[in-house]
Design a protein around this ligand. Structure first.
Ligand code: AMP
Ligand code: MG
Length: 472
């Protein structure tokens, strides 16, 4: 068998101003860490022997049909506009149309410098590559839209970070790498033809049938509203919700300093560079609205009737908080076993969350335990839970099968930060056992897996991860 990828590269057929042609820079001694056979099947990628796959996913020997490009984009980073970002450490090899009819990008991340690298070395070290592999695949298994991981390789080279670290490359799969920032770059430069081309391309690829720039905006508002509500429901904190990390397709993208919360608190921040807490857990809905407003600003540029467009865009963006809130409510209702809606539900959910925050309750384990008798043990003062649950039990009497609703909404397993860190430390020492075990357990997050009880446990005091870092 040889590795084949049935490429059909639509982005590379767009005008030259959309990207730079850039081959991945070969590495010294690539070694395959992981190949995602389930995903490969969907992509209609056939696997080759281990060495062949190592060479391909390191960028040393490209499969037939690849047309490597680095994509141009800009974006707001922590609220300030950066006029040119672009793929500085990644190249898009091309696209495939999967067995499900969905077109997806196949991208190498950590594949060397490009014209957009600025001062960076274009590389990645093993830690962020394994972190993204595990966390993105866990997100997928949780049922949350996300980019995925097709492969990971070690490069056999050292990259210089705070310390010399082993280099690695991730093969990322995405419904596309179109970002809010892809629209911003052309809008900011006044390149309206390109903006028009891009809008048509995005509609065609992701939202066929929607009507023009405002139709696209509406569609992105919807998918982002669903996505952020889904994040909130599993305690996920993205960490760098810059507009260049906000996907037009509505997938979770760019797993840098992201983290799942252990102890619940709405202000939780992990990212070491997020000093103001701009991207704190409970700020994520507001930030998503802010990001979509930047998309609106870009899209308006090429609408003829500006006044009408501004009015329509404003109406669309202003509707987003309510849409997000409804999606959030549906998700959190399910987490407490409610399939129907009642006026008092929002207050009941908020009350539980407040009590959890005051009692150092573990987010995941508290909700998972609601179906049994152990939830109260998650609270420093268990009586505070009893006071809440009396009213909740009365409310549950109107529900048909709350246990099943809760079991499907409350995972037992999330990629806990301390386990991810321990997995990375083991891998740096050459032990990939924890990496494979995490992938395996996290592939069925809603199943009770008694042999993996240790992976449900919150971190001990010494295990707590206080800060996470970008991949750079
Ligand atoms: P990210 O943190 O992946 O969202 O990247 C933000 C920007 O920094 C993008 O333009 C990247 O291409 C660039 N960048 C991040 N890391 C590196 C690196 N190691 N070498 C070159 N460019 C990088
Ligand atoms: Mg990014």
């Amino acid at each position: 068998m040889t590795l084949t990828i049935p490429f059909d590269n639509s982005y590379a057929r767009l005008p030259n101003s959309f990207f730079a042609r850039q081959a991945p820079v070969p590495v010294r001694a690539p070694q395959l860490i992981a190949f995602n056979a389930d995903l490969a099947q969907i992509l209609r990628v056939t696997s080759g022997d281990v060495q062949e796959m190592a060479e391909a996913f390191a960028g040393n020997a490209l499969p037939d049909g690849a047309e490597p490009i680095a994509q141009l984009y800009s974006g707001h980073q922590f609220g300030s506009y950066n006029p040119q970002l672009g793929d500085g450490r990644a190249v898009l090899l091309g696209e495939t149309v999967g067995t499900d009819g969905v077109r997806r990008d196949i991208q190498l991340k950590g594949s060397g410098p490009t014209p957009f690298s600025r001062q960076g070395d274009g590389r990645a070290w093993l830690g962020p590559v394994l972190r993204e592999y595990v966390v993105s695949e866990a997100m997928h298994a949780l049922g949350i839209r996300t980019t995925r991981a097709l492969a990971a390789v070690e490069t056999g080279e050292i990259v210089l970070r705070e310390r010399p670290m082993p280099g690695a490359i991730l093969t990322r799969v995405a419904e596309s790498h179109l970002r809010v920032g892809t629209f911003q770059v052309f809008a900011a430069r006044g390149q309206l033809d390109s903006l028009r081309r891009l809008t048509d391309y995005a509609i065609n690829r992701h939202y066929p049938g929607v009507d023009g720039p405002m139709g696209l905006l509406r569609a992105v508002v919807e998918t982002q509203s669903q996505l952020i509500a889904a994040w909130m429901s599993v305690g996920f904190i993205h960490g760098v919700m810059n507009t260049d990390n906000c996907s037009i397709a509505g997938e979770t993208i760019d797993y840098g300093p992201c983290a799942f919360m252990d102890t619940y608190h709405p202000n939780t921040v992990y990212s070491s560079i997020d000093r103001m807490g701009r991207y704190a857990y409970s700020n994520q809905p507001d930030i998503a609205v802010w990001n979509v407003a930047q998309l609106a600003t870009a899209l308006i540029q090429h609408v003829e009737d500006k006044e009408a467009a501004v009015e329509e865009a404003t109406e669309i963006v202003h509707a987003m908080p309510e849409m997000l809130q409804q999606n959030w409510l549906t998700r959190f209702r399910a987490k407490i076993g409610l399939a129907t809606g009642d006026e008092g539900d929002l207050e009941m959910i908020s009350d539980l969350l407040t009590r959890m925050a005051h009692n150092q309750a573990d987010f995941t384990n508290t909700f998972r335990a609601l179906g049994g008798d152990a939830a109260r043990d998650q609270f420093t003062d268990p009586k505070t839970f009893d006071h809440w649950s009396d009213g909740w039990r009365v409310r549950l009497e109107r529900e048909k099968n709350p246990e099943a609703v809760m079991a499907a909404a409350n995972p037992a397993f999330i990629p806990r930060n301390h386990r991810v860190e321990q997995m990375i430390q083991a891998a740096v020492q050459g032990d990939y056992g924890p990496f494979h075990r995490l992938n395996s357990v996290l592939s069925q997050p809603y199943e009770d897996q008694s042999e993996a009880a240790d992976l449900m446990r919150p971190p001990s005091e010494s295990e707590v991860v206080h800060a996470t870092f970008c991949g750079t």
